[in-house]
Design a protein. Structure first.
Length: 380
């Protein structure tokens, strides 16, 4: 198999380990895509080694001639079953990828580094699907594509989206880099806005953003997060950019997700509230991921809504679809116009002729006798 470059006519050969593993790498400019064609070629998950993408002497990145998932020729053609997840190696993002796969979605996982996505790949390979997908023998890893993309570089984003119909943004400034004063501005606002702009140009069908409690209304303890270089202020700027884009959207504002583990859902059920209602509470990363996947599957229920989510021990176990239906939309959902049925002129003429030929009979006018009311009301 041979590869060629976007910027150079020189051809080179893919290293033998990469070709033997059957990995397919695809690049747009500087955006790389890694697809896993079949799990049968990776019988031992621990032996899976991701390819080392090193810059060539000319500074170009190679494209595999057999790559799949190319950018569609028509910008408006979207795959309803394909989702793009930004921040796919994070705590919420990685769980969202797996929940989408469980629902039958194919996922383009946006990552900064393919090498750092190995844990995500391993977790997907250990998944077991249910229902129709399991009966067909489809492995989850076959429905996963890794897309190496830096959201701070706008030119990389739109090609990375491909023909995904829904975009889920799970990015956020790293809490480990506390002394990076530009982190919340660069990631929570600017990188998110870059993704919104690219999704607007690509005309995706739905955009789901993970934000935070307390972004639009001051309240404790959520407001304490602003001590982290004004992170809530920048998240609100990103929310405003999404709302102003005109895209169908859903904004999810979760409570604290640092402490709860995945087992949190066994004792705490989620509750959904309207915007600017909650300022405290906790919810697990897994519960948020399940909610995001549910929204991607039920876009009409989550159309243009701002949802605040926490989990409580006293909350009843309620299907997420029912909880979403109770949250009002901030924009009327457009209804498909139904074209009026065309009338057959021949049929209309025959009806007119039949009506004209039918004899017209006038019904005699029946006169009712006038009833006079008695003078006394008690004789009625």
């Amino acid at each position: 198999m041979e590869i060629c470059s976007l910027q150079s006519q020189t051809l080179s050969t893919i290293p033998s380990p990469l070709s033997r593993n059957g990995l397919i790498v695809k690049s747009f400019g500087s955006c790389q895509i890694l697809k896993f064609p079949s799990s049968k070629k990776f019988s031992h998950p621990r032996k899976l080694k991701l390819p080392d993408f090193k810059a060539q002497a000319s500074g170009t990145i190679n494209i595999c001639s057999e790559a799949v998932g190319a950018t569609p020729t028509k910008a408006d053609s979207k795959d309803d079953n394909l989702a793009f997840v930004a921040g796919a190696t994070g705590k919420v993002g990685s769980r969202t990828v797996r929940e989408l796969l469980k629902l039958g979605f194919r996922v383009r996982a946006g990552v900064r580094s393919v090498q750092r996505a190995e844990n995500l790949v391993q977790s997907v390979k250990q998944m077991k699907l249910d229902g129709e997908l399991a009966n067909k023998g489809i492995q989850p890893v076959e429905m996963l594509e890794l897309v190496e993309c830096d959201l701070e570089k706008r030119v990389q984003i739109e090609p990375a989206l491909g023909n995904a119909s829904v975009v889920i943004c799970c990015i956020g400034a790293s809490e480990k880099e506390v002394f990076d004063i530009t982190g919340p501005y660069r990631i929570d606002f600017q990188a998110t806005k870059n993704l919104v702009d690219a999704a607007t140009i690509a005309k995706v069908n739905h955009f789901i953003m993970v934000s935070s409690l307390g972004t639009n209304k001051f309240g404790f303890p959520a407001a304490i997060l602003n001590l982290f270089w004004g992170v809530l202020l920048w998240k609100r700027k990103a929310e405003e950019a999404l709302i102003a884009s005109g895209l169908p959207y859903t904004i999810v504002r979760p409570g604290g997700m640092e402490r709860p583990t995945d087992a949190y859902k066994e004792t705490h059920n989620i509750t959904l509230s309207q915007e600017d209602t909650l300022f405290g509470g906790q919810v697990s990363n897994l519960q948020v991921a399940e909610l995001l996947a549910c929204m991607a599957k039920n876009r009409s229920l989550s159309y243009c809504k701002v949802v605040e989510v926490i989990a409580e021990t006293t909350a009843p176990l309620t299907p997420m679809e029912e909880l979403l239906a109770k949250i009002p939309s901030q924009r009327a959902e457009p209804k498909e116009s139904i074209a009026p049925e065309k009338s057959d002129p021949a049929a209309s003429k025959s009806m007119i002729s039949e009506e004209s030929s039918a004899p017209i009979t006038e019904e005699p006018v029946q006169t009712k006798a006038k009833v006079t009311d008695p003078l006394s009301p008690y004789t009625r």
